[in-house]
Design a protein around this ligand. Structure first.
Ligand SMILES: Cc1cc2nc3c(=O)[nH]c(=O)nc-3n(C[C@H](O)[C@H](O)[C@H](O)COP(=O)(O)O)c2cc1C
Length: 157
């Protein structure tokens, strides 16, 4: 049986997700990447994961980062998602950020923020699975940005 990668990708795209931006670094060296592979892993200890493509120019930066922050984007932050997705090395020029408690800055207005330390890296084919332990989190009211079948959506009430 032939395995059609494009159709596989399309099939995966029928699973709706949120959109997060993962940030690492500080000050002018703060970098970000737009991600929809984020998911919760465990409550005790508090663990999350996301996956980064080994082909990404940001791969070394994010796999070497011992601290990173996950910002769950609100529906008003589609432009930030697009800007950061196409930002080359992930510079956050023009994207409003807000300070975190101890970790890298978050995207301003995010509906939830998880400040993490790197817990583990697991090989995942052409991606690396990055597991983070959450040390601080915060949340605010607001609808999340979602992604489904290759495009951004707002949550319908
Ligand atoms: C909706 C969306 C979801 C994405 N999810 C991921 C992801 O889970 N992991 C990943 O490595 N890249 C993901 N990307 C791609 C990165 O955001 C970015 O576009 C890519 O890393 C660009 O390549 P570069 O890092 O070489 O510049 C996603 C992009 C979009 C638009």
């Amino acid at each position: 049986m032939t395995f059609d990668r494009r159709e596989f990708r399309n099939a995966l795209g029928r699973f709706p997700t949120g959109i997060v931006v993962v940030t690492a670094g500080e000050g002018r060296d703060l970098r970000g990447i737009t991600v929809n592979s984020f998911t919760s892993v465990a409550l005790d200890p508090p663990l999350i994961l996301w996956c980064i493509a080994k082909s990404s120019r940001r791969y070394d930066l994010f796999t070497n980062a011992t601290e990173f922050t996950v910002s769950v984007l609100s529906e008003n932050e589609r432009a930030a998602a697009e800007t950061i997705a196409t930002a080359g090395e992930g510079k956050l020029a023009g994207v409003a950020c807000e300070a975190s408690e101890t970790g890298p800055a978050a995207i301003a207005g995010a509906v939830a923020v998880f400040e993490c330390t790197r817990e583990a890296l697991h090989d995942g084919g052409d991606h690396m699975i990055i597991v983070g332990r959450v040390h601080h989190f915060r949340q605010r009211d607001g609808a999340p940005l979602t992604f489904f079948r290759g495009t951004y959506h707002k949550v319908a009430n």
